[in-house]
Design a protein around this ligand. Structure first.
Ligand SMILES: [Zn+2]
Length: 333
């Protein structure tokens, strides 16, 4: 279930003592608030954080974009990943697809984007907080990012990457078969591997059911950045409205791993960055997100109008009745 718990910036801000790993950054305890102070990661402040990710998506403020049609997945998604590997990178578990053949197009993207890797962001034991993006201020327990690239766009320009982000929710009854297989492959030897260690998962990663996932036409779109250093502002973000559902056991597959220094990998999400003047769009199919909320307001306004109308009508009726009674009384005298 989605949590409405927000991590107060003030509390996070005082947790400034933290370990820095070999790549020069960690989630530390303040979830990325200090990355910009590192001269090696100038994009992480981006001046005023105006193009940074993740963000909080306020659904009532998203704007309909008719060009955000459904995505088209290439047929290659039906094939097992021939050259796949799983990496404990010290921050998360990352699945590299070295086949370089699975593409998506459509979805308001210009041209085709090729799958490079996917990875997870998550919380900790019994935590309801773990997703990077939030919806109306609420976290989900986890989020998965499919990182796609377009080689025709220069590496440092917006549009070089397109990330497809799915929220992940923990359900009492659901064992998601697609994510379940993926999560099962995060074996204990990888979870405790030295950062950078990788294992081959050739022909065992099956992504064939992803294109069939319900609700792929319901998504939000905005322009932003990588959510880890160097925080490059080159990403066209897609955040799907409906979460993928997994069981508690499947979620637990993400927990208990360590980085190369033995520190537990958990709470690996960056805190929401300011939206500023960016527009967050929603696809025409995203009725359940923004439109429902607006409908709710309409109903509220209608109900208030009906109540006020009723009061006015009652007052008029009462006035007429009093006039008639007064008239009759006058006649009687
Ligand atoms: Zn990510």
């Amino acid at each position: 279930m989605r949590s409405t718990v927000l991590l107060p910036l003030a509390i996070l801000g005082i947790c400034t003592l933290h370990r820095v790993d070999s790549e020069g950054w960690s989630y530390g305890g303040n979830n990325g608030l200090d990355w910009g102070s590192d001269a090696n990661h100038p994009y992480c402040t981006d001046g005023d954080y105006s193009h940074q990710s993740p963000i909080d998506i306020q659904t009532s403020e998203t704007v309909l974009n008719d060009k955000l049609e459904p995505f088209a997945f290439s047929n290659h998604w039906n094939l097992p990943v021939t050259h796949g590997e799983l990496v404990n990178n010290g921050h998360t578990y990352q699945f590299n697809d070295n086949d370089g053949i699975r593409t998506v197009s459509g979805g308001g993207l210009e041209g085709a984007y090729t799958l490079l890797q996917f990875h997870f962001h998550f919380g900790s034991t019994n935590s309801q907080v773990g997703s990077e993006h939030t919806i109306d201020g609420g976290h989900y327990p986890a989020e998965i990012h499919f990182v796609m690239y377009n080689a025709k766009v220069e590496a440092d320009l917006l549009g070089r990457l397109a990330v497809l982000g799915f929220f992940i929710d923990v359900s009492d009854t659901t064992d998601d078969t697609f994510l379940g297989e993926i999560l099962l492959s995060i074996r204990n030897d990888v979870k405790t591997a030295a950062a950078g260690d990788r294992i081959d998962l050739n022909n065992t990663i099956d992504l064939s059911t992803l294109p069939e996932t319900a609700g792929l036409d319901q998504y939000f779109r905005y322009t932003g950045s990588l959510t880890t250093p160097p925080c490059s502002p080159v990403v066209i973000w897609t955040v799907f409205h409906s979460p993928l559902l997994i069981s508690q056991n499947q979620y637990n597959s993400l927990l208990g791993g360590t980085d190369e220094e033995g520190e537990v990998i958990e709470n690996n999400f960056r805190i929401a960055m300011p939206v500023n003047d960016r527009i967050v769009y929603h696809s025409p199919g995203t009725v359940g997100a923004a439109e429902e909320k607006r409908q709710g307001w309409k109903y509220a306004v209608t109900a208030i109008g009906a109540a006020l109308g009723g009061i006015v009508l009652c007052t008029l009726v009462a006035a007429v009745v009093m006039l008639v009674m007064k008239h009759k009384k006058t006649e009687a005298t």
